[in-house]
Design a protein around this ligand. Structure first.
Ligand SMILES: N[C@@H](CCC(=O)N[C@@H](CSC=O)C(=O)NCC(=O)O)C(=O)O
Length: 296
């Protein structure tokens, strides 16, 4: 599957590639940014370069985190690529929130496979993120240096934090991701307004179908292999904390399961929901993933 390079920007010691490609599962062109670290461009270095997938939140395109999360410094420090996918299909003919609100539809695909009309035709974000995009990137960079499939980790912010947790846990038995972290994630989408609205529209009225994606349900079903840990940061001044994020519910759900004590929730005093918060804690998440990817 071929990608078109829109922009190739020098950042830190590597390059931010702003790409687009036709996605078969979405049925539309999709933008994706990939930060390729300095190690890739070094003649002296021949090690395989793993990738960290960063799933963005509501209203975001691949640009937000590329510009404001400061991943490239960390990617160069450890030697991993960072993939910044889009958050939904886009276009004038793509159905979106009938009320024009920003928490559903375009920019808010919630990383699920929609089953309900009119969304099911293009909103297949789960298959796009966890299946089609990694294999497409692997084919495109088919030079044996960048690994987008086997040695990879996943993280995300808010809606993207939910997407990372759900994707990690749903693919845990297949050992798809070496590690998972999240910044201010929606941990219990079946119980909060953002999740209920999105799941109702994308997945329909049967709440059993919603549970398949809910991290608070998944930790009860998926068995931790040993000492795998999940890292979460959450700001105490986040305006969405009480209404939509509620990270304590994931700790409660994990009690009595193999994940009890394995979810490192760090409540950080005074931080909000913005990229000032995300960028502050990116170095800690980078170190966590670098270790799990075998880079340190
Ligand atoms: N535009 C909205 C605010 C939406 C918002 O805060 N989006 C967050 C993610 S929220 C959860 O998924 C975000 O990352 N925004 C992009 C950014 O660059 O900050 C409003 O008007 O309140």
């Amino acid at each position: 599957m071929s990608f078109k390079v829109h922009q190739d920007v020098a950042v830190c010691g590597g390059r931010l590639l702003k790409l687009c490609h036709f996605s078969q599962v979405i049925g539309r062109m999709m933008d994706v940014n990939v930060y390729v670290p300095k190690q890739y461009y070094s003649q002296a270095d021949s090690k395989m370069i793993p990738a960290v997938y960063y799933l963005s939140g509501l209203t975001c395109s691949p640009q937000n985190a590329s510009e404001k999360a400061y991943w490239p410094f960390q990617a160069d420090k450890y030697g991993f690529a960072v993939v910044f996918p889009d958050t939904s299909p886009r276009g004038d003919d793509i159905p979106s929130d009938p009320e024009g609100f920003w928490d559903f539809g375009i920019g808010a695909g919630f990383y699920v496979n929609a089953t309900q009309k009119p969304y099911d035709e293009h909103y297949q974000m789960y298959d796009y993120i966890h299946k089609e995009l990694p294999t497409s990137l692997d084919e495109y960079f088919a030079n044996g240096r960048l690994d987008f499939v086997d040695n990879v980790a996943i993280t995300g912010h808010s809606m993207g934090g939910f997407g990372a947790l759900a994707g990690f846990l749903k693919n845990y038995d297949a050992n798809r991701y070496k590690s998972c972290s999240a910044f201010a994630p929606i941990v219990n989408p079946t119980k909060v307004p953002w999740g209920k609205k999105a799941f109702g529209e994308y997945l329909g009225p049967n709440e059993q179908a919603w549970k398949e994606y809910d991290p608070c349900e998944l930790v009860k079903k998926v068995r931790n292999r040993g000492n795998d840990r999940i890292l979460i940061h959450q700001g105490t001044k986040d305006p969405f904390l009480e209404s939509n994020l509620k990270p304590e519910l994931l700790l409660e759900a994990s009690k009595g399961t193999s994940w009890e004590g394995k979810i490192d929730l760090k409540l950080v005093d005074g931080f909000d929901h913005s990229y000032y918060f995300v960028s502050t804690f990116v170095p800690e998440h980078a170190a966590f993933h670098a270790k799990n990817l075998g880079l340190t």
